[in-house]
Write a protein that binds this ligand. Structure first.
Ligand SMILES: Nc1ncnc2c1ncn2[C@@H]1O[C@H](COP(=O)(O)OP(=O)(O)OP(=O)(O)O)[C@@H](O)[C@H]1O
Length: 267
């Protein structure tokens, strides 16, 4: 029996997996915030086994796009499906790693219990954790390299350790799709490399990953495909396919001949 079928929540039963569909499909998405258009006509897909980057300048709408997928902001137009299923319950099954500053780190709670809170979508608020929940938490802590610090209050962690806790919390849900919002920001190179290795391993295991980052040089090495976004999708392709400087200039407003373009290998 599949893991989805063993979960006895109505949400899971309402969201059967359609094997041939992309894990995430967004079609013609338009989102307004505060009465102003933020995203228009955004379409993208992420399949199992793909590590996909969402890159664009500040204010491009990357976080808004991720929050739309999770059903956290109202959508004016368009369709969002996960494994072919458009229900909010299906979309809540995505693993979400928010930006680090969005989490209440001062709350007196241990690493283990934060990661366990990632299971709430599966358990529901009112059910006590079961053996399966503790097993998922233990596996997620192990993968994120946080098992040794599991009893530590999260307020006492470094930035890199906090980031790994947020990744473990998302993995504890055992999601088919993982959405990560700027997981590398403010991290030293060894921690970034540790996370990149983990994300690459997860994609090799069939996980679908969609991640925002401002590390453009890293993106050219790490991702299978990139979406260049500025309020809409300006360009999409593998790093090798995105060699036209014009699409980078249009997305980021780089000036023609900017040394950044040659640093990215697109000049
Ligand atoms: N709650 C809100 N109300 C009104 N406007 C908002 C709200 N949240 C975001 N915006 C606006 O929507 C636009 C896109 O913001 P968003 O945070 O999605 O961009 P981003 O690409 O993630 O940026 P960054 O790289 O700086 O994190 C910005 O112009 C922002 O000011």
């Amino acid at each position: 029996m599949s893991e989805t079928a063993t979960v006895a929540s109505a949400a899971a039963l309402a969201a059967p997996h359609v094997p041939d569909a992309a894990e995430l499909s967004v079609r013609g998405l338009a989102v307004d915030l505060g009465g102003r258009p933020v995203l228009r006509d955004v379409s993208l897909e992420v399949s199992g086994g793909e590590l996909v980057g969402l890159i664009g300048p500040n204010g491009a709408g990357k976080t808004t796009l991720i929050r739309s997928v999770l059903g956290l902001v109202p959508v004016r137009e368009g369709e969002i499906t996960m494994a072919g299923n458009a229900t909010k319950a299906a979309r809540r099954a995505a693993g979400y790693v928010p930006q680090r500053h969005e989490f209440a780190w001062e709350f007196p709670i241990s690493v283990h219990d934060v990661v366990l809170s990632g299971r709430v979508g599966r358990m529901g608020w009112l059910r006590r954790p079961k053996v399966e929940d503790y097993r998922a938490v233990s596996e997620a802590l192990e993968r994120a390299g946080m098992s040794d610090l599991k009893e530590r209050p999260v307020g006492q962690l470094s930035g890199g350790q906090r980031q790994r806790v947020l990744v473990a919390r998302a993995l504890a849900l055992r999601p088919r799709l993982l959405l990560l919002d700027e997981p590398y920001t403010g991290l030293d190179i060894p921690t970034q490399e540790m996370l990149t290795d983990l994300f690459t391993e997860l994609s090799a295991e069939g996980q679908a990953l969609l991640m925002t980052t401002h590390d453009l040089a890293g993106a050219m090495h790490t991702f299978d495909r990139l979406y260049l976004v500025n309020r809409t999708v300006v360009a999409e392709g593998s790093p090798q396919q995105l060699r036209d400087p014009q699409v980078w200039i249009e997305t980021f407003g780089f000036r023609d001949g900017s040394p950044l373009l040659s640093a990215l290998g697109v000049n």
